[in-house]
Ligand binder design. Structure first.
Ligand SMILES: Cc1cc2nc3c(=O)[nH]c(=O)nc-3n(C[C@H](O)[C@H](O)[C@H](O)COP(=O)(O)O)c2cc1C
Length: 405
């Protein structure tokens, strides 16, 4: 896809694209874009302003100190930490299976037709962080240190016990874990409802899944109240195979459960591959659900439109705009960042570079954001310039208003 720009706009964008190809991005880029194009990239994650709508999704690019440092330096809006698998105050973790390393190696695959290798699909078996709290705590502390130093918004991600049908909730896993993260200073949280959880025997009964969405935010909120802390909770919606109405029902259950927002939505499980899958199919599923929620004008109990952080299949600024135009407040991505690892290998024969920036000389966070923001054909800036001309919208915060037109 390519946006129609005036010759002057196109030339100015090409200039910026060329300038940043050989130097690192930095947190000043958003100011440069404001000055040069009059575009304000500020977005939100709930009530928190973020420098731009791009957020690193929870996963393999938000599990090491280096990831957080490089993500902040390149100027991303935010990052969601790799999910911590909760434990109770005695260190017991009922979901320990989700702390085990993946049981098959992670692969990156390109679907037929993606001849330019622009949409790598990561095939992996889907697990959370492998650490126990004592170890994870040091990493989470680093996340807050980076947030304070750089302004990167850092979101915690966790899951606790999800009982099978008929089992009681092991509430202390939720209470202890939430309170530990709050105690460090985290306020924004995601609950990771993951593809392998959806595919496990725990999720065999649809009613059980809805119960998880209804109960888990309340457990975390009570833990926060006990600790006298404020908390913001986004429930990540799974993509299950119970039909579209069930997708909507999960969102309703999350709202009934008292979430502050939702992430739409996690990857789907491919039984043939025994792995989680994403890419364009995931994007189509998620766009469809978000579109429906907006059409139905789904709101929180206090009347505000349901805040939605979108995730899935984003590898261009145009992909991100599709979500923002439907009213998503930000976009979270991971696969496109992981795809850069292919270019870091010794043998890169046959691997194309969709970022047009040297990933080894810079790094994946820099190269990916460069592509998403500045690509002269399908980058976010090109798309926003087009919207500015067509609708007079110059702020990312106002893009969502266009979905009501
Ligand atoms: C290797 C891998 C690991 C992931 N780990 C997590 C995780 O720990 N917690 C979580 O909430 N989502 C996890 N996800 C889902 C991503 O956060 C993201 O929502 C999803 O992959 C869709 O975005 P994408 O198409 O840009 O990859 C993972 C995804 C991948 C590919």
């Amino acid at each position: 896809m390519s946006f129609a720009l005036t010759p002057d706009q196109h030339a100015a964008l090409l200039d910026l694209h060329a300038a940043y190809r050989s130097k690192p991005l930095d947190r000043g880029l958003t100011r440069v874009i404001l000055e040069r194009f009059g575009l304000d990239l500020t977005a939100t994650y709930f009530d928190q302003r973020i420098a731009n709508p791009f957020v690193v999704a929870s996963g393999q690019k938000s599990l090491a100190n280096r990831h957080l440092d490089e993500c902040a330096a390149a100027g991303w809006g935010g990052t969601v930490l790799k999910t911590f698998i909760g434990e109770d105050r005695d260190g017991h973790c009922s979901m320990i299976e989700w702390r085990n390393p993946p049981y098959t190696p992670t692969r990156i695959h390109f679907e037929e037709g993606d001849t330019q290798q622009e949409r790598g699909i990561v095939i992996w078996t889907g697990r959370g962080a492998t650490q126990d709290w004592a170890e994870y705590k040091r990493f989470a502390e680093h996340g807050l240190e980076v947030a304070t130093r750089t302004g990167l918004v850092v979101v915690a991600s966790m899951k606790g016990n999800f009982p099978r049908p008929g089992e009681a909730w092991l509430e202390d896993e939720w209470t202890f874990t939430t309170q530990q993260l709050l105690g460090l200073g985290y306020r924004l949280f995601e609950i990771d409802f993951s593809p392998t959880l959806g595919a496990s025997d725990r999720a065999a009964a649809p009613e059980t899944v809805l119960d998880w969405y209804r109960q888990s935010p309340g457990l975390m909120r009570r833990a926060a109240q006990e600790a006298g802390r404020e908390i913001v909770i986004y429930s990540k919606i799974m993509n299950l195979e119970f039909g579209f109405e069930f997708q909507q029902a999960m969102v309703q259950a999350a709202i009934e459960g008292g979430c502050d927002g939702v992430v739409i939505g996690n990857r789907f499980f491919r039984a043939d591959l025994k792995a989680a899958y994403g890419g364009p199919q995931l994007k189509e599923r998620n766009l469809r659900l978000i579109r429906q929620l907006r059409q139905d004008d789904v709101r929180l109990p206090d009347g505000r439109p349901l805040p939605i952080a979108a995730t899935g299949g984003v590898s261009t600024g145009a992909d991100a705009l599709q979500y923002l135009l439907l009213g998503a407040e930000c976009v979270e991505l991971l696969s496109f960042i992981m795809q850069a690892d292919l270019l870091k290998k010794e043998d890169t024969t046959g691997v194309l570079n969709p970022y047009e920036k040297d990933v080894k000389r810079f790094n994946e966070f820099d190269a990916v954001l460069y592509k998403l923001m500045l690509h002269p054909d399908d980058g976010l800036i090109a798309g926003l310039l087009h919207l500015q001309d067509a609708y007079g919208v110059s702020r990312v915060l106002d893009v969502r208003t266009l979905c009501r037109m």
